[in-house]
Design a binder for this molecule. Structure first.
Ligand code: SF4
Length: 95
């Protein structure tokens, strides 16, 4: 582990509150996260979600492609061009 010892200011984006957080990095991963005590609105507060962004960013169940819901309720992975084309066609039809 080659953790960068600097703390970088950021904000949690997992809900609309955007709590202030500080992050230490290890390459492209977040090594440590804490609430930002200097943040004007949230003053060190975070919920548990902000302390586990790697779980949301790199978790094994993270979606990596668009999914199309089929008539039987099953979700089928599709590529982005297909997803955009199909969504655009449905929007045109709805309009
Ligand atoms: S730390 Fe929790 S409350 Fe704050 S923005 Fe993230 S998810 Fe929302």
């Amino acid at each position: 582990m080659t953790t960068d010892s600097a703390w970088y200011e950021s904000a949690c984006i997992l809900c609309e509150n955007n709590c202030g957080i500080q992050i230490q990095t290890d390459g492209r991963r977040f090594a440590r996260i804490r609430g930002d005590k200097d943040h004007v609105a949230t003053v060190s507060y975070t919920s548990n979600k902000a302390l586990r962004p790697d779980h949301y960013k790199s978790g094994g169940t993270r979606l990596t492609t668009p999914l199309r819901r089929e008539a039987d309720g099953i979700f089928t992975p599709i590529d982005w061009d297909t997803a955009v084309r199909e969504i655009a066609a449905r929007l045109r039809a709805a309009r």
